[in-house]
Each structure stands twice: as C-alpha cells, then as structure tokens.
Design a protein around this ligand. Structure first.
Ligand code: NAD
Ligand code: ZN
Length: 238
C-alpha cells in the first residue's frame, strides 16, 4: 500500500483509536521493559512491578520507581507523541489508550486519553486509597499518606492486578466502535491491552501497526509499518 492510500484511509475514518505502549516513549530515552535497557540492578520489571514484590520489599520497589521517575523527569515528548496529539485534533471521535505511565502523551498535548495502567507521578494509600500527586525522586523521602498515615504505593497497575473498570470499559467500548485503530510501540503481550486490536478487528476496524519488530498483533494487522514511532507516525497525515 502506498502512502497516498494510507492517507486516504485516515481521511475516510471517522472514529479512531490509538493504542500505545512503551515503544512510543523509547525515543524519548525511557527504556521499554523488554528491550536491552529494560533491566535494573539485575531485576526484570516482572519481579518488581507486582503486589508481591511490594509486600516483600516496599523500599526496593519505591527505589525502582524513583529511578524511573528520574529518567522520565528529564524526558521530552518525541515526534511520535506529537503526531498522536495532532491526530486527536483532526477527529471528533478519538481515543488514545496508553499503557504508558510516564505522562508524556499529556505533555505532548493529548487530552482524549485513558492511561489504563495509571500514572507514575501519583501515589495511592494502601489503607484509605487516597490518591496524591507525588513528584518525589528520592525513595528515602517517600512519606506516609497525609490523610491516614498509611503506606503509599505508586498509583500504577502492577502485573497480576486488574485495571480499574471505568478505564477498561472506555478502552473496550472505543475498540468495539472504531473504524480505524493504530497500534504503536507495544509488544502485544501484556493483557488486557493486547486484546484491544483483536476486538477492533472483529468489529470491522482497519488495523495499522507501527513497531520496530513484528508482534502477535502483526498477524491481524491490515497494515504493518516497520519503523520507529517518531519516524512513522508523523508521516501518516503530513
Ligand atoms: P514492552 O516494553 O513490552 O514492548 C515495547 C514494544 O515497543 C516492543 O514491541 C518493541 O518492539 C517496540 N518498540 C521499541 N522501540 C520502538 C520504537 N522506537 N518505535 C516503535 N516500536 C518500538 O512494552 P509494552 O507492550 O508497552 O508493555 C509493557 C508494560 O510496561 C506496560 O504495561 C507499560 O505500562 C509498562 N511500561 C511503561 C513505560 C512508560 O511509561 N514509558 C515504560 C516501560 C514499561
Ligand atoms: Zn491513607
């Protein structure tokens, strides 16, 4: 398919959903979990981003989150984030579903978005569930909940935890009703986000995947655009 045809597809579409993963932030210098820089002190993300890891060693988990905050605090949105915000401005019916917790989509200007895995810049009390903005970069300064004194945890969805139903419902109903879905920079193996393209495809949507590698989603994608998000996404409409 040539670029003119892709642009026609985008022009004709009226309800667009974009699904993003860690790959869209990779060019901003934020490591993906499964890429070569995904390891921290010999731990894999799956060993730290779990309720079990936090119950066993909350300091270690906070240290990792503060290390990630430090990287994210220096990062800027890249042309991939900007292209997605630009797409939003061109459609009335648009939703961005991101698995990223870094907040870079918002920084790039995206407003119609669901952060299904939460936000790294928030903490939640494990006792009273109060959510607070938390920009602390040193894990030793993470204090107790200001309301009840309980222990605070990052307000992100960990492996093995359910996604809050309101976020999940928005993502699934948008996938069921869109006519075009762009899936960018996600490995397609973290559920339930990985099933969104399959739901959209079943409902008749045209699926465009952007990734540096093939994924389990590639088999059902109508169009696979191999490359970096920051290179490929701006070219979709310009
Ligand atoms: P992942 O790390 O499992 O996979 C990243 C995917 O992006 C891979 O398929 C890889 O081939 C692709 N990729 C890497 N660089 C790319 C680029 N420049 N352009 C296009 N594609 C590129 O990430 P995931 O699928 O998002 O799932 C892992 C989980 O990790 C998610 O739950 C997410 O919340 C979390 N996570 C978030 C961040 C963040 O907020 N930035 C970073 C790491 C992990
Ligand atoms: Zn509390």
């Amino acid at each position: 398919m040539d670029t003119a045809e892709i642009k026609q597809r985008l022009k004709r579409a009226s309800h667009i959903v974009v699904v993003t993963g860690a790959g869209v932030s990779a060019e901003s210098g934020i490591p993906t979990f499964r890429g070569p820089d995904g390891l921290w002190k010999h731990y894999r993300a799956e060993e730290l981003a779990t309720p079990q890891a936090f119950a066993k060693n909350p300091e270690l988990v906070w240290e990792w989150y503060c290390w990630r905050r430090g990287i994210i605090s220096k990062a800027k949105p890249n042309p991939g984030h900007v292209a997605i915000a630009e797409l939003e401005s061109r459609y009335n019916d648009f939703l961005l579903v991101t698995q990223n917790v870094d907040g870079l989509h918002r920084k790039a200007g995206s407003n119609k978005l669901v952060e299904i895995h939460g936000c790294i810049w928030q903490a939640r009390c494990v006792k009273c569930n109060a959510i607070e903005q938390d920009n602390e970069l040193d894990y030793r300064n993470i204090g107790p909940c200001s309301r009840c004194g309980g222990r605070k945890r990052p307000n992100v969805v960990w492996f093995g935890e359910p996604i809050p139903p309101t976020r999940l419902n928005s993502a699934f109903s948008a996938a069921e009703s869109c006519d075009l879905m762009i899936v960018a920079g996600t490995s397609g193996i973290v559920q339930p986000a990985a099933s969104l393209p399959f739901i959209a495809k079943k409902a008749g949507a045209y699926i465009i995947e952007v990734n540096v590698d093939t994924t389990p989603i590639s088999a059902i994608a109508d169009l696979f655009l191999k490359g970096k998000c920051g290179d490929v996404l701006p070219g979709l409409y310009s």
